[in-house]
Design a protein around this ligand. Structure first.
Ligand SMILES: [Zn+2]
Length: 172
């Protein structure tokens, strides 16, 4: 192999490595928890509003708490939650006399699934595009944070998704 072609391969290698690193690089951002002291309601927003905001339903200025997040980690965990929900959903497709019970269960799974999808949509808003999740071997326990497992389903909540950590006074 000539020196020149070795160099070209080297450059291509380096570029591929760089691209790979960029794809797997953490993305830091924030989401904001909003608490209405009047309605005692909690919601989150991916939008930062330096001048504050009011609760549409009642006109009260909401209290805000910014939570630092790593978008790619949040996205990966949410995707894993969704996969788990799909599996649980399959498991609830039972016939006959258990139907009324199953209906209630699947309704809950469906709303949890919607919440995961919505959360990922907000993360995509933050990066203004699609988010590449971490590979399968990535371990969420490598994060320096208290993950909460929602029993008995096994869904994992990051600190950003535990509003009572940020507004202990809210009933949720
Ligand atoms: Zn309100």
């Amino acid at each position: 192999m000539s020196n020149i072609s070795a160099k070209v391969i080297n450059l291509a290698d380096r570029r591929a490595k760089k691209e790979n690193e960029a794809r797997n690089a953490p993305i830091f951002s924030v989401i904001t928890w909003l608490y209405c002291p009047k309605c005692k309601s909690l919601e989150y927003s991916e939008l930062e509003m330096p001048n504050g905001r009011i609760h549409k339903q009642c006109g009260t200025m909401v209290e805000e708490e910014e939570v630092e997040i790593e978008v790619r980690a949040e996205y990966t965990i949410s995707l894993r939650n969704s996969k788990l929900l799909d599996k649980l959903f399959e498991g609830t497709k039972i016939p006959g006399f258990l139907k009324p019970f199953a209906k209630k269960g699947t309704g809950m799974l469906e709303s949890l699934q919607v919440a995961e999808q919505e959360f990922r949509r907000r993360l995509e808003n933050i990066v203004d595009g699609s988010v590449t999740p971490y590979p399968d071997e990535w371990d969420e326990n490598s994060l320096a944070m208290d993950l909460k497992t929602l029993e008995p389903l096994g869904l994992i909540l990051t600190e950003a998704r535990q509003p009572n950590l940020h507004f202990p006074e809210a009933e949720s």
